[in-house]
Design a protein around this ligand. Structure first.
Ligand code: DGL
Length: 265
């Protein structure tokens, strides 16, 4: 059975891959990090569309993937409609900031969405807000530079930027007018959740989309009759330095990276 393709601008999609591997242990995954062209989030739609098309084309040509998970909010908002139109036979799962569950569960009705500038400026995000924000107060916090810091394992920059953006996302708490829920609308951010938590009370809820996306992928594979019952596996590919991706996978994948290989693409 062919693999499920997963891509992100870099290592962020590993947070989604961890959920995918936990939910679908019998699937083989090929994860593509477009590291040489990251970050996507501050570069505009035309760039993200071009890269998303190239990476998808390569995953199809090299691996004959049976489904694709766009493990990147920025690429989903900019390009998923085009990818679906161009590859109608390929099931494609995307993700978007988890505003709907945040609104449903927030008690104070004050929510902050941390994401890339590209995601927050998109028409898709505006439509998401229109559909689900209702009477909730939703603050958008573009986290410029944070993806780059995570890609570079730059602990000092990560700490500084997490402090800055959490200050913008607050004040936090359970009292009237305080933010009790933060949506992590970029797949890189769950990787630094413990750093973000340092600037929040323990009651603050962070919501990301890894688990729901993994469940949706299961449903999509089942509907297409493409669920595997074989042995799972993982191939890692990067358009940048494969050893950087391998190190990131060793650090951030909660599931065992056995069977992993890294190759430049
Ligand atoms: N991880 C990505 C996202 O979910 C994109 C980050 C970037 O390249 O700026 O939006």
């Amino acid at each position: 059975m062919p693999s499920v393709g997963v891509f992100d601008s870099g290592v962020g999609g590993l947070s989604v891959l961890a959920a995918l591997r936990a939910e679908l242990p019998h699937e083989r995954f090929v994860y593509f990090a477009d590291t040489a062209f990251a970050p996507y989030g501050e570069r505009g739609d035309a760039y993200v569309i071009e890269r998303s098309r190239k990476v998808t084309g390569q995953l199809i040509a090299e691996h004959g993937i049976k489904a694709l998970v766009v493990a990147c909010n920025t690429a989903t908002t900019a390009a998923i409609h085009l990818l679906r139109a161009e590859h109608p036979a390929l099931p494609i799962v995307g993700l978007e900031p988890a505003l709907k569950p945040a609104v449903a569960t927030s008690r104070t009705g004050h929510i902050s969405v941390m994401a890339t500038r590209g995601t927050l400026a998109s028409a898709k995000y505006a439509a998401l807000r229109d559909s689900f924000a209702g009477s909730a107060h939703v603050r958008s916090v573009p986290c410029d530079g944070l993806v780059k810091a995570i890609e570079g394992f730059d602990a000092e920059a990560i700490a500084t930027l997490c402090a800055r953006y959490m200050a913008e996302a607050g004040p936090f708490g359970d009292a009237t007018g305080e933010v009790d829920t933060v949506v992590l609308g970029c797949t890189h951010y769950p990787l630094v959740k413990s750093e973000l938590q340092r600037h929040a009370p323990p009651t603050l809820r962070f919501i990301d989309t890894g688990a729901p996306v993994a469940q949706q992928t299961r449903r999509v594979l089942a509907a297409a009759g493409r669920l595997s019952d074989g042995e799972g596996g993982l191939i890692l590919q990067s358009s940048g330095d494969p050893s950087v991706l391998q190190a990131a996978a060793a650090r951030w994948l909660q599931t065992s990276p056995q069977g992993t290989t890294a190759t430049s693409a």
